[in-house]
Design a protein. Structure first.
Length: 163
């Protein structure tokens, strides 16, 4: 058995992490939508900029030293076997909107969901191209690599999802 086969290349690992992040963020944003009438609910979001900085750091390390190195941040922990844990954060801007105008709050959350969906779709298509398989024609084989069992577990457990 070729042991290198089980080690993903750098681009694949980056795309899988983006897919995992967008899956987790989608779950958090859906919770925000479902709890609009829950008294005392505090909307949350994933630490998007923190994630972007972590990916940029890993890419910079790769360009300089030909290795992909993910460094933990305050809210993102990278584990063995391409796993990662991300802690959602309170979203003060969404909280202010929820308290002031529920319709604007819903519109704000929908905008975030649309942005997240686009990011996920692009990452899926790039991964499909990388794997040589158009995902839309094959029943999303990529979902087996990138989707988790639950929204707050590591990315090492596969499950099929639909967008």
């Amino acid at each position: 058995m070729d042991l290198l086969f089980s080690i993903p290349d750098n681009l694949t690992e980056l795309l899988v992490k983006i897919l995992r992040f967008t899956e987790l963020r989608r779950a958090v944003l859906y919770q925000n939508m479902h709890n609009t009438r829950t008294v005392g609910y505090v909307p949350q979001d994933m630490p998007v900029l923190e994630f972007v900085h972590a990916l940029n750091g890993a890419i910079a390390e790769h360009l300089q030293n030909q290795r992909l190195l993910f460094c933990d941040t305050e809210n993102i922990k990278f584990g063995p076997h391409s796993t990662m844990e991300i802690r959602p954060q309170p979203d003060p801007q969404a909280q202010a909107l929820l308290e002031r105008n529920r319709d604007e709050y819903i519109e704000f959350q929908v905008g975030k969901l649309l942005e997240n969906s686009l990011n996920r779709k692009i990452a899926k298509e790039l991964l499909a191209l990388k794997c040589g398989t158009p995902w839309s024609l094959t029943g999303l084989p990529i979902a087996k690599i990138a989707a988790p069992d639950s929204p707050f577990e590591d990315s090492s457990t596969p499950r099929e999802t639909t967008d």
